[in-house]
Ligand binder design. Sequence first.
Ligand code: URA
Length: 441
Amino acid sequence: MRVTDIIEKKRDGAELTTEEIRWFIQGYTKGEIPDYQAAAWLMAVYLRGMSRRETLDLTITMAESGEQLDLSPVIDYAVDKHSTGGVGDKVTLIVLPVVAAAGVPVAKMSGRGLGFSGGTLDKLEAIAGYRVQLTDDEILQQVRDHGIVLCGQTKSLAPADGLLYALRDVTGTVPSLPLIASSIMSKKLASGAKAVVLDVKVGIGAFMKYVDEARDLAQIMVDIGAGAGREMVALISDMNQPLGEAVGNALEVKEAIEVLRGGGPADLREHCIALAAHMIRLGRRDRSKYALAEAMSEVSDLLTNGKGLAKFRELVQAQGGDVAMVDDPSRLPQAALHEEIRVDHVGHVAQVSALLVGQAVVELGAGRAKKSDPVDPAVGVIVHHKVGDHVQAGDMMFTIYANDAGKLARAKTLLQQAPVYQDREQPPLPAFYDTITSAVV
Ligand code: URA
């Protein structure tokens, strides 16, 4: 085979064979195909797209490019979740312990934030001592002992995706549906999932701006999963406004604990109940006898009876974190400066731009402009009102938590543009727009 033939074939819109995709990706991962040729191929894929069969072949090749975690010695039927990323998305911190508390063991590998989109690992590291990097043996042992692991991805997991993603990032080829879908799903397949619940975000603060686009991405990922023998549920969820009220690492941990204590913002709670219920249903193989509504009511109980919170505490302890911060969230890192932004006239909230809130929080130092940037765990924003709320002049809209006056001023400028008020009533935004499942679910 010749590299140029494969590039030209894709450039001209033809379908690559399984062998051609394997040969190309394996060659690139081994360093035998240079970046400039892989970049040309990525651009051809970006412009020409991929058939479902090609996308599945690419996903499986990337999943098999490194070590794959075999969870079968400790979990019969591993259920995983993945969010395509958003602002204020602390759902994993709540859902994972709740699912484990329901008796469905979970081992999840999460990522870090990039740009305005937050990352679960950064949130967890707001808890002093929490170890995100575990070996495969530690993961298996912790699942045996506690039924829950929440850690970072090992370097050897789907290395082809790591290499290709870095190249996509600098060649304008990130926003390609088959490349996004294969990138996400390769890591899910390699981390041992038998079933996956996808949280595909759509809106101003998400990768996908329109519901149809998000539905297409979800359908591709569901098809990849089904093609690889996995059960899939994809929820299309709103990311026009931040999820919950807290945006920023320690603030989000505190809010997650509030939900695990039976309180917290209604939208976040509703979101977590739906996601956890789908995971529990998938994890219990007798699901024909077990309706989604029943699973939702079970999750609701686990949030109010303290069992989800106890499991979160157990997780933090198992991974070396300071449980005193879970018991008393005022011990989490605190910012030195606070400032409020107030509503300037009476009306109804029509928009709270998740993008601008996310950008403000990056400006404060809670997020990253590039991968190597450090994050400040203490800073962030509390959003006091949601779309649909009736507000009066002088009501609090945002509280900013900062550690630097200059950053605070820049965040304030962004946040002042984030809300839109209207005189007439505004409908609240839905939590979910659609659900897509693989045939077997
Ligand atoms: N997340 C990923 O893991 N890969 C993508 O391509 C986009 C989002």
